[in-house]
Design a protein around this ligand. Structure first.
Ligand SMILES: [Zn+2]
Ligand SMILES: [Zn+2]
Ligand SMILES: [Zn+2]
Ligand SMILES: [Zn+2]
Length: 296
């Protein structure tokens, strides 16, 4: 299950370089202009830089073959990396929130025009990402697209804060803009940790569930019902399935094998590539009576 393509690694590497360049610009700009809003946008960029780097490393680790001790391979490295990034996002959001609160009560002088200019430059890489990923229907790329869209909105807030401060002279808007950026950070962190939790709790992939799968399998000729069905995600793109199939009549081994092959093919079309199916006849009393019995 190699989900690493050369072009994907290349796109990731380009995105990493772009985010690092913008990050350095925003950190330097944030310190020079005295703008907390710019610095909070920079910490978001740092998280993005980290996420992209983790993804690139995880892709390499996940490519390693399964071993005698690690029979699933190393796909969960990606999920583990996402968890670290999510927790880091929470810590950054909290520390910026505290700093913004202090600044609201004691505003610092901000070089507002420069904040807007640097913020504007910071948007450019996001626009590149949005244009590049706009048409893809792949779920991972789609979430990267939505992320870039959110980043653009967050940077726009920083640019607007610079303009407002330049017009009104009210430095408090720097702290207010920081709060908005913190909100974006929190949304990103919660979404990330939620996705990690779904995978750690052996949840089904977002587009599939037990009923959908059982319905497809039970639609095959010869299949009566399914039970003891388990469906889980190893990483964002490897899905496992195990289940029992009750088969009509008294098929011989060759016929039963054909039904299993058809079921595996049906599941493959649904995006489930690792399947383990146990064949049973209706009169066979399954030792595992579970509530997951489904018949159509
Ligand atoms: Zn994987
Ligand atoms: Zn981002
Ligand atoms: Zn079970
Ligand atoms: Zn059974």
């Amino acid at each position: 299950m190699s989900h690493t393509t050369h072009s994907m690694s290349k796109t990731l590497a380009t995105a990493i370089i772009l985010s690092l360049a913008t990050l350095i610009l925003e950190v330097a700009g944030g310190i020079y202009t005295g703008s907390l809003a710019l610095l909070s946008d920079a910490s978001h960029l740092f998280s993005d830089f980290l996420a992209l780097t983790i993804t690139l490393i995880a892709l390499r680790i996940a490519r390693r073959p399964a071993t005698a001790k690690h029979t699933f391979g190393y796909h969960r490295a990606e999920v583990f990396g996402a968890l670290i990034n999510g927790l880091l996002l929470l810590i950054m959001a909290a520390s910026i929130g505290v700093a913004a609160w202090q600044r609201l009560n004691m505003p610092h002088e901000v070089k507002a025009e420069l904040v807007s200019i640097i913020g504007l430059i910071g948007i450019l890489p996001n626009i590149w990402t949005v244009i590049r990923l706009r048409q893809s229907r792949n779920i991972n790329i789609k979430s990267a697209f939505l992320h870039a869209l959110g980043d653009t909105a967050s940077s726009v807030v920083v640019v607007v804060s610079g303009v407002v401060i330049a017009l009104t002279g009210l430095n408090q808007f720097d702290a207010l803009a920081s709060f908005v950026v913190v909100a974006f950070l929190l949304i990103g962190a919660i979404r990330l940790i939620k996705n990690v939790a779904i995978i750690f709790l052996e949840g089904a992939p977002p587009n599939l569930n037990r009923e959908k799968i059982s319905k497809a399998v039970c639609g095959l000729p010869g299949v009566v019902s399914t039970h003891d069905v388990h469906l889980w995600t190893l990483c964002s793109d490897v899905v496992y399935f195990t289940g029992h199939l009750i088969i009509d009549g008294k098929p011989n081994l060759r016929e039963a094998q054909e039904i299993v092959a058809k079921a595996a093919k049906t599941l493959d079309h649904l995006g489930v590539h690792h399947t383990t199916l146990q064949i049973e006849t209706p009169d066979h009393a399954c030792t595992k009576i579970e509530i997951c019995e489904i018949a159509y």
